[in-house]
Design a protein around this ligand. Structure first.
Ligand code: FES
Length: 443
């Protein structure tokens, strides 16, 4: 709950932007339909679980919309409408959009949902505790030993042995030659909650054009209806002034919804696969008892839920209708291999760019609350001065595969542009795939 699930817009939907026309062209109509059905099953499963277990999680049925404001977006939305018809998606083009600006076209899927994911998971935790299922918090896994009874090794040297292991760690921290580091793209994006004086629409919205805007409302514990707006995505670790991303979202909320007061803000990281279908199942063909669930893009509520179902079926030896679709060992087409090459090229570019960074600031130049790449004894380092004036300096070489980290001022963290690892100002791992802390150059 501390990770991506707690920092989401929590849309439970099979509408993942304009994806189905593209999926028909890349993986074919049958698989595109299968992907839609898998996500509808995920939605249904969440609804069933919360009803059966009486979970109060602010679940409400909402229609999901993709809209555009340009003629080009209109053409794309019309193509997507044809894909909806081919696949049999419950929805299509619509004129009825409750937004405070005009749109050139919009397409909807009916009866999707939104909820409060932390309330949902907190209830599940209570349920697991009642069943005496052990849960270990603050226990970082740093390695996995494969075998007929694989073992997870923790940072403190303890281990857990099991028939099967599920690595649901966002980015898999152990690769087993699956080359995940070169077939997952990492993006960071931002969200705000704002008190709005303007009317807030029902429904969940995302636009076609850049900059991306994701909208929905939610009702807080005092019964107030608030706006939730997301967007400003960028490749992870490649933007230093991330405060600006929040400012732009706030400007948008003010302009269209009179959303003057921001009550909360957060950011999250999303992983996208080469063909936009998540990797769910055995991490490689040779390791059938070590499973992975990764690459949900921004659609982890439905994809994450169906991942749990697929992996449970596999572990129980039951046939899963979706195992082949999501298999991490599936064949990727020429188009995807091209993308694979580009991802590698981008990573190499970031690797070299970091090494050529000749910035000359010194740690003592920093203002309180400021972090920056600095030079220390002629070498690149990362320094942060806290509000009390205490300076922490770390080696900015990522402990995963050696890329150079960049400062993220919105979150006050050191972020990796290659595969998205993140570290605190003192060098501790916030988010993998890195498992080891950064080298401290001062306390
Ligand atoms: Fe892979 Fe940093 S996360 S090099």
């Amino acid at each position: 709950m501390e990770g991506t699930t707690g920092y989401t817009t929590a849309k439970i939907t099979s509408q993942h932007g304009l994806i189905y026309d593209q999926l028909i062209r890349t993986i074919g109509e049958a698989k595109a339909r299968h992907y839609y059905q898998a996500n509808e099953d995920g939605l249904q499963l969440i609804d069933d679980i919360r009803k059966t277990n009486d979970i109060e999680c602010d679940f409400s049925k909402q229609d999901a919309y993709v809209y555009g404001v340009t003629e080009e977006a209109k053409r794309d939305i019309y193509k997507e409408a044809e894909a909806y018809e081919k696949i049999g998606i419950r929805g299509g083009l619509t004129q009825e959009v409750e937004l405070p600006f005009s749109v050139t076209a919009a397409i909807k899927i009916k009866d999707q949902a939104q909820f409060h994911p932390v309330k949902y998971l907190a209830s599940m935790l209570r349920f697991l505790k009642e069943k005496n299922t052990p849960i270990y918090e603050n226990t970082r896994a740093v390695d996995i030993e494969k075998g007929s009874r694989p073992r997870v090794i923790t940072r403190d040297g303890h281990f857990v042995t099991s028939d099967h292991i599920v690595m649901a760690t966002h980015f898999p921290f152990k690769d087993f030659d699956g080359l995940y580091f070169s077939r997952l793209h990492v993006e960071r994006s931002y969200s705000i909650a704002a008190r709005a004086e303007g009317a807030l629409p029902d429904g969940m919205y995302v636009n076609v054009e850049e900059p991306k805007r994701s909208l929905r409302h939610f009702v807080n514990e005092y019964g107030e209806k608030l706006l939730l707006a997301g967007g400003e995505g960028h490749p992870s670790g490649q933007k230093e002034n991330t405060d600006k991303c929040y400012e732009k979202l706030h400007d948008y909320a003010k302009e269209y919804f009179h959303g003057n007061e921001v009550t909360h803000r957060w950011s999250s990281q999303d992983l996208t696969t080469l063909d936009n279908i998540p990797y769910i199942g055995p991490i490689t063909k040779n390791n059938p008892n070590i499973h992975v669930a990764a690459g949900f893009a921004k659609w982890g509520m439905t994809n994450g839920t169906i991942a749990a179902k697929v992996i449970t079926d596999l572990i129980r030896g039951k046939a899963s209708p979706y195992a082949d679709l999501f298999s991490p060992s599936r064949n990727l087409s020429f188009q995807h291999v091209k993308s694979f090459t580009k991802e590698n090229a981008d990573t190499a570019k970031e690797y070299i760019k970091g090494r050529l960074d000749r910035r000359n600031r010194k740690p003592e130049d920093l203002a309180p609350g400021e972090g920056s790449v600095v030079r220390l004894k002629g070498k690149r380092a990362g320094a942060y001065k806290d509000e009390a004036g205490k300076i922490s300096v770390v080696d900015t070489t990522c402990t995963h595969m050696g890329c150079e980290l960049n400062w993220n001022n919105g979150e006050r963290s050191w972020d990796c542009p290659c595969h998205g690892s993140r570290f605190t100002t003192g060098g501790e791992v916030i988010e993998g795939p890195a498992t080891k802390p950064l080298k401290k150059l001062s306390d």
